[in-house]
Design a protein around this ligand. Structure first.
Ligand SMILES: [Zn+2]
Length: 168
């Protein structure tokens, strides 16, 4: 059976959590990035830019830049989103030379961006924990605080899981 893009993205994020995550919430991205040879910098970027990722041919290290003027929650999601691009390029596309730029204009929303968003949602907000929090009656705002994401990202993740529930 052929897997759909969202299923592959979720599966990749889960396997990364299994191998590189210490099990603590909010999910810390620093250690995970190290295992992927990703160097992450936070710096002032233009307001329309959330961040970007650059991988040059033949170089082991991938460079991720995040806009330090944005909230910690937004930076965390962009960070996880960039790791999604990294995984997609490395495992699915076998691409050694690439770059993605995140702007606030969603005019260029394609399957790569969808993969990266779905990956980031799964990495930062694992479904089993969401179900546990929901069972305890925790609101979306409470969950957002727990996972260290924006309320918008939390709502989008809940919406995605409602539309396409996780098998496990
Ligand atoms: Zn992107």
């Amino acid at each position: 059976m052929q897997m759909l893009v969202f299923q592959i993205a979720r599966q990749q994020a889960k396997s990364l959590l299994e191998t590189a995550w210490d099990g603590e919430f909010p999910v810390k991205l620093g250690g995970i990035s190290q295992t992927l040879d990703a160097e992450v910098l936070h710096d002032h970027l233009p307001p329309e830019l959330s961040g970007f990722i650059v991988k040059r041919e033949g170089e082991d290290t991938v460079h991720i830049m995040l806009n330090s003027t944005e909230s910690t929650e937004r930076q965390r999601f962009t960070w996880a989103h960039e790791l999604g691009h990294l995984i997609e390029r490395a495992t699915l596309a076998g691409d050694d030379d690439y770059s993605f730029v995140e702007t606030r204009m969603p005019e260029r929303y394609d399957l790569h961006e969808f993969f990266a968003d779905e990956f980031a949602g799964t990495l930062l907000m694992p479904a089993p924990k969401i179900r546990e929090l929901q069972a305890r009656g925790i609101t979306a705002a409470g969950m957002a605080a727990f996972f260290g994401v924006s309320l918008k990202a939390m709502r989008k993740r809940l919406d995605r899981l409602k539309k396409q529930p996780d098998a496990d």
